[in-house]
Design a protein around this ligand. Structure first.
Ligand SMILES: C[S@@+](CC[C@H](N)C(=O)[O-])C[C@H]1O[C@@H](n2cnc3c(N)ncnc32)[C@H](O)[C@@H]1O
Length: 207
């Protein structure tokens, strides 16, 4: 979608930051996050990266004070909200473009990507970066909305897509397309919200 570019996103998420949690960290979103994150066996020996951490909604659900967490976001305003919430934690918050990360290859045991692959201008680039910084035996956890496999975007969604993209997210992306040309194993792909529009996906690298 044309309107998804970094400077526009920065502007949109600046406006959204004060009210973001009211919509995306409550109700069905909070329930979905709980189902996903309370089941992940994070431990304190692992290095965990949150890509596009936003206000830190996922962090609230895990035992963050015992974990080695790095969290990046392109929006200083969203990051500011997260920094404030977790100011007494050891979590490292960095302003960084998820499409061009400043980390060495194979740095993280877990890469968490909630509602980011459908927000960045170039999902492929972001995905490649997530896989690059993931350790060989690491896992990527994705919570996001994608077009259901083997289905086309419905007409109402097709019409709404350009309007919604102005608000900083794309409802027409396919997860399957991200997997093309990637040597990846899908370990889990579970519908989690809104009839499977939102999914929990866990992937790892093929050996
Ligand atoms: C829909 S929010 C999701 C936030 C959080 N992960 C969550 O689940 O609530 C999308 C986030 O991606 C961030 N973002 C957008 N473009 C980005 C980029 N190029 N690099 C890093 N973060 C980006 C936005 O600033 C925003 O915080």
């Amino acid at each position: 979608m044309k309107s998804l570019n970094n400077s526009w996103n920065k502007f949109i998420y600046k406006i959204a930051s004060p009210i973001y949690d009211r919509f995306f960290n409550s109700g069905i979103f909070l329930n979905a996050r709980k189902q996903i994150f309370q089941a992940i066996p994070f431990n304190n020996k692992q290095k965990i990266l949150f890509v596009g951490v936003g206000t830190g909604a996922d962090l609230e659900l895990i035992n963050y004070s015992d974990l080695d967490i790095t969290a990046i976001d392109y929006s200083p305003d969203m990051l500011g909200k997260a920094r404030k919430k977790f100011e007494n934690s050891a979590t490292t918050f960095l302003e960084m473009d998820a499409q061009n990360m400043d980390f060495d290859n194979e740095s993280f045991d877990y890469v968490v990507a909630s509602l980011i692959l459908t927000v960045v201008p170039d999902a492929n680039k972001c995905f490649q970066e997530m896989m690059r910084v993931l350790k060989q035996d690491g896992k990527v956890i994705i919570f996001d909305k994608f077009v259901p496999e083997n289905q086309k975007l419905s007409l109402p969604k097709m019409l709404l897509r350009p309007i919604i993209s102005v608000l900083g997210t794309d409802i027409g992306r396919s997860f399957k397309e991200l997997l093309l040309n990637n040597n990846i194993k899908v370990e889990e792909d579970t519908p989690i919200m809104l009839n499977g529009m939102y999914r929990k996906i866990i992937i790892s690298k093929m050996n």
